[in-house]
Design a protein around this ligand. Sequence first.
Ligand SMILES: Cc1cc2nc3c(=O)[nH]c(=O)nc-3n(C[C@H](O)[C@H](O)[C@H](O)COP(=O)(O)OP(=O)(O)OC[C@H]3O[C@@H](n4cnc5c(N)ncnc54)[C@H](O)[C@@H]3O)c2cc1C
Length: 553
Amino acid sequence: MSSPIPNQDQNFDVLVIGGGINGVAIARECAQWSKRTLLVEQNDFSSGTTSRSTRIIHGGLRYLEHAEIGLVRESLRERERLLSQLPHLVRPLQFLLALPKKSRSLRRSSLAIRTGLWLYHHWAGGKRPPSDDKAAFEQQLDSGNSWSIYAYEDAQCEFPERLVAEWLTESVAAGAVACNHTELLEITRGNGRVTGARLRDRISGQEYAIHATHIVNATGPWADTVIAASGISTPRMIGGVRGSHLVLPKFTGAPEQAIYTEAIDGRPIFVVPWNGQLLVGTSEVADANVPDNPQPSPQEIEYLFQSFARLFPRSGLTQADVRYDFAGIRPLPFAPGKPSSSLTRRHVLHDHTGEGAAGLLSVIGGKLTTAASLARDVVRKLGVDVPEPVNVFASPAAEEDVESTVRQWARLVACKAKIPTGCAEAIAEWHGRHALAIAHAASLDERLREPLCPHSCHLVAEAVEAVAHESAVTLGDILLRRVPVALGACWSEECSREAAHKIGRALGWDQSRIYLELLRLEEEREQFLHPRHGQAVNPKPGCGSPVRNVQHY
Ligand SMILES: Cc1cc2nc3c(=O)[nH]c(=O)nc-3n(C[C@H](O)[C@H](O)[C@H](O)COP(=O)(O)OP(=O)(O)OC[C@H]3O[C@@H](n4cnc5c(N)ncnc54)[C@H](O)[C@@H]3O)c2cc1C
């Protein structure tokens, strides 16, 4: 069973449909403002676009070009808030903007670029001067091409899945009911306004109805599908644009910074250090299909790899080294005839009152970075006078305090669970303060202290906590999103098998459940990431973990 199924005909102030970062942020904000809130997600929380993004928490340097000053400033404020509120998950990251001298972007003068970067830095509080260390990167560049390189700073959330899990826990603590594997079948209406919904638990197959005064359609690229299934006549809202990524191994001499550059056709792309690997993306291809299983095309894989190879001609990597590829659909506003690069990344709230569905709002667009401010906007639309939080521009000293707090959690975890400090750091980086409860559970039971697989730092206790407190239901929920070791560099079917048995034993699953969960996990991994088979031949220590120095006692 997914999660606590509300009683048939139960009443809610707000039903939020869709458990990506936006839906979870909205449910959290609603619950914190004392709205009786139900959140439903057809698969698992953050399994949609949220886990298929580039995972950068950014002001959006590119939006400056489109003069979206308001969006850039809002995003920078939100970036700073996330850095200070979730320091274990959202971390500063140095970027290098690398433009080939023959670039079409260099129609802008160097002065214009420097001015843009100066504004970007100062709107974010101007506290951390970007590191100007370009040497490692310059060594890798093709000497036949001449590049202009500029340093700036943004941030990264390597695992938005974990951020969503934390916000989900906060929503439930504030009184929200959260059900994953629960599909909205139809929004019900009467007298021109919404009355509730029909839902189906996808695991048990049970269907039921609930009442809700307000409904928020936060289904990202599915927004039109949900509206159409409910028979509401709304002009098309979403113009889906597929963005694909490649995951490559980190080659010797790869720069520590993220690189923001031009692809072979002049479009902007990123090469970002991620999870001990390199994330390269994205493409931008119009895609109007139902977004259940977006896939990169062979042309997009070729395009991304060629763009990477032009930037790093000495990496020694070939296309055969691609470890994973995955795609997501950007839920951009439908604007036929307009290039997607020119469309705003600002969210829009569509009110369906004029379409016979008063009380229903649909979310169009948005970014990981601005999910919390989007949530505040939604709750304001529901009539709550939500104040704008004070600006947080933490000083470098405050950031060091935060770093030392995370290190302190790690020390306590190491001591309590009797595991090496490197592993305790990995656990603290994913679970923050909650790592202490995980360490406590691990200290009480030998089985919970076992690593999920021999070359991972992460423990069975984390999986058990994910089921107990973070609404994880399936093995995929656990290993891909709550304890996302299965996104690691050398995770293989072998690792899945070992983890399934250890987790199954700890949770009391019988052999047939373990087998079924394993089968479904491997299917999901295959559909999402397309792992290249054989990559686990030489599993490296520390794989499946962002941390080094793995020795299990
Ligand atoms: C390729 C790519 C790269 C990106 N990179 C970045 C980045 O680096 N930084 C950044 O800030 N932003 C980035 N974004 C944007 C960001 O990822 C998205 O804006 C954000 O994840 C959207 O979240 P969401 O909650 O609206 O949608 P989703 O995460 O897609 O969540 C919607 C959920 O609704 C559920 N759902 C659908 N139908 C139903 C139903 N009938 N019943 C119940 N549930 C349903 C789905 O299963 C899904 O989980 C990127 C986007 C893409 C596509």
